[in-house]
Every structure is written in structure tokens, then in C-alpha cells.
Design a protein around this ligand. Structure first.
Ligand code: AQP
Length: 342
């Protein structure tokens, strides 16, 4: 059966402490996806097992993340929102796709190299398989587009190759698994740490003071933005050695929905102090509605479970069809002609 004209899929980790980079790079794109096609969004609790974690905390953070996504504007009536581990097709497809995934490629992935360096005491095998699970997440839905930030480019390239390898090896070149397109926001695909603008704002690798969290109080946001590291110049312009100010220009452009050049033009007469105050105010305003709605949504864990449960049912209905095709083509399980006649 033909799917929708445009199916959009993305996954997000249940870290709970989502930051401004996650919001601008990914969550804001999820919200607008609902207007553009069929959006399917997954909270990837199985991916979270690839680093050290606490089981009870994982459940709490999963609810936090669900509430943040709903507060940001995901509407279960207009998209599918679910928990990855509720749809077992993801793990089965991961194993099946491992047969068309080259080990060396996984070992060379940036995220594997960075995170395995950080985990020196025990590098989990799951960390190596992280990108295959991510490929399975997307390919199970035959999604056309994957909205993510810039840091996920390599993962999307891998999943495209995995789909292509599968189609050539098992489907005679027919696009049984849709080769998805990367979709990054034009502005804000890589928001940088406010204290070290040469590194991306990140949940694990960045400084607390340089990371604005979606749920930060307005005062905390103001303090972080106003103490952002800049350079010794005074012109609000992008350029060599001006990574800090360029990051603030990018942030203001993203939250206002305009281009960085427009920000430069309208702020040309400002000093850094005045500009930082303007950015702080805009970020506070941008995140305030999410923070306000979050508290009420987070309290109702049964309500969150109901949303995730309904989402999983709808997700499973799509993913099971893909798995049936993949199993059949790979020669796994009973052939469908016999299975349906007994
Ligand atoms: N700094 C960023 N700028 C723009 N987009 C970003 N994303 C992450 N950092 C930035 C995008 O956010 C989405 C969700 O990410 P995730 O929660 O699944 O975890 P992640 O990609 O590993 O990003 P984090 O939060 O920064 O965690 P760590 O520290 O583990 O790297 C993704 O689409 C991502 O591109």
C-alpha cells in the first residue's frame, strides 16, 4: 500500500535536559513537519543504553522528553509520537540490516570515536551499533525526510547507504527501503556552546554555563547569554575569530525566523553588551511558552503513557509492513505464500 506523499521521521534521546541546540536544530523542525507531511517522532530509549545510565532515571527522563516535545507543539492528533522500545520491529530490523552494513564504516563514525574515547573503561558494543539502530528507526517507516541538526549528517549518510545496499543486494535495485533525505534547518543547524563557541552546544560534551536548557528559568538564560564568550572587537558581524558573536547572531536569527544577514543589518549600531541583552530577551521569549506548558504536561504520567501507547500502535502498524517485506526478501522466516495459506 502506498504511504503518504511526504513522511518525516526523527528520533530524539530521552535525556530530559534538552538544550537550545536541540530545540532549534531538531524540535522546531519536528513541529513544522506536522504542516508539511506525516511526522513520526520517536524517543530513542534503546539508543540511551549505549552509555552508562540509571534504569529508574531513564524512565523519568523519557517522560521529561515526552512532555518537552508536547509542550513545544507536537500534537498527537497530527503526528505519531512514541517510545522506540515499544516497537520491537526497530531491534529486529537493526539485526537484519547489520548484514548490509560494513564494520569498518561503523568503527570510523565520528560519534563512535568520540564517545568510545570518553568511555575508556568500557566501550559498549551497542555504541558501535548505534548508527545501525538509527538506520532501522528511519528505514522501518520508509521515511522520505529526516529532520536533524548538522551533527547527524554522517548518520543520515550511513542510513542512505544501508538502504541502498539493501535495495541492490535483496530487491534487484527496487526502492523497497526508501533512501531518505537529510533535512537541516537553514539557520541554527549547529548551535555552539556559549562558553566555547568552537564546540557545539551538547548534552554531554559542553559546559553547563555555555548550555541554555529549554527548561531554564529566564534569569538563568539571561545570565548565560550575557556571559557568552565573544572577541575583543565591537562589531556585531560574522567573521574570522568571531565565532562567539556569530553564534549569537545565528541564535537570534533562528529564534526570530530570519536570516543572519538581517540580524547583522539591524544590529549594526549596537555594542556587544546591548546585543547580548537583545539575544537573551529573544531566547527567553522563545522558550517561555514551552516551559510554561511543560510543568502541567509532565505531572500527568498516565496521560504521557497514553500518548506514547497510541503512538506505538500506529507506528507498529507501519513498521510491521516493512519488516514483512524485508524478511521475505532476505529469506528469513516462512515464505509469505506458504505462511498465508496454512
Ligand atoms: N548544538 C546543536 N545545534 C543544532 N542541533 C543540535 N542537535 C544536537 N545538538 C545540536 C540536534 O538535536 C537532535 C536531538 O539530539 P539528541 O538528543 O538525540 O542527542 P544528540 O544528537 O547526541 O545531541 P546532544 O543533545 O548534543 O547530545 P550529545 O552530547 O550526546 O551529543 C539531533 O537531531 C541533533 O542533530
Amino acid at each position: 500500500m502506498a504511504g503518504p506523499a511526504l513522511r518525516i521521521f526523527s528520533g530524539i534521546q530521552p535525556t530530559g535536559r534538552k538544550h537550545l541546540g536541540n530545540h532549534i536544530g531538531a524540535i522546531a523542525q519536528y513541529v513544522t513537519s506536522q504542516e508539511r507531511g506525516e511526522g513520526i517522532f520517536c524517543i530513542v530509549d534503546l539508543h540511551a543504553l549505549t552509555v552508562a545510565y540509571d534504569p529508574a532515571e531513564l524512565r523519568e527522563r523519557l517522560y521529561d522528553t515526552t512532555a518537552i516535545l508536547l509542550a513545544a507543539g507536537l500534537d498527537p492528533a497530527r503526528c505519531i509520537l512514541f517510545r522506540q522500545s515499544d516497537v520491537r520491529e526497530h531491534t529486529e530490523l537493526t539485526w537484519l540490516l547489520s548484514s548490509v552494513t560494513e564494520l569498518g564504516r561503523l568503527e570510523r563514525m565520528h560519534q563512535f570515536r568520540d564517545k568510545s574515547d570518553a568511555q575508556r573503561r568500557m566501550v559498549r558494543a551497542g555504541l558501535l551499533f548505534y548508527p545501525v539502530l538509527m538506520a532501522a528507526d528511519v528505514l522501518a517507516y520508509r521515511a522520505h525526510e529526516v529532520p536533524v541538526g548538522e551533527d547527524q549528517r554522517e548518520h543520515v549518510e550511513l542510513m542512505r547507504d544501508v538502504a541502498d545496499n539493501f535495495n541492490r543486494r535483496f530487491a534487484g535495485g527496487e526502492e523497497v527501503l526508501v533512501v531518505p533525505e537529510l533535512r537541516m534547518p537553514e539557520v541554527g543547524a549547529r548551535i555552539m556552546d556559549l562558553q566555547d563557541p568552537t564546540r557545539k552546544m551538547s548534552t554531554t560534551g559542553a559546559s553547563e554555563q555555555g548550555t541554555v536548557y529549554v527548561l531554564d528559568e529566564p534569569k538563568a538564560i539571561e545570565k548565560k547569554v550575557k556571559s557568552a564568550v565573544t572577541d575583543s572587537g565591537s562589531a556585531v558581524r560574522r567573521g574570522d575569530g568571531k565565532e562567539g558573536i556569530a553564534n549569537l547572531i545565528e541564535i537570534l536569527a533562528a529564534v526570530r525566523g530570519i536570516g543572519p544577514a538581517e540580524v547583522e543589518e539591524s544590529s549594526a549600531s549596537m555594542r556587544y553588551g546591548e546585543f547580548k541583552a537583545l539575544v537573551a530577551e529573544a531566547v527567553v521569549e522563545y522558550l517561555a511558552p514551552v516551559r510554561e506548558r511543560y510543568t502541567e504536561l509532565r505531572e500527568d504520567e498516565r496521560g504521557l503513557e497514553a500518548v506514547l501507547g497510541q503512538g506505538a500502535e500506529r507506528a507498529r502498524a507501519i513498521a510491521s509492513g516493512t519488516l514483512a517485506d524485508v524478511r521475505e526478501l532476505m529469506g528469513v522466516g516462512a515464505p509469505s505464500a506458504i505462511a498465508t495459506s496454512v
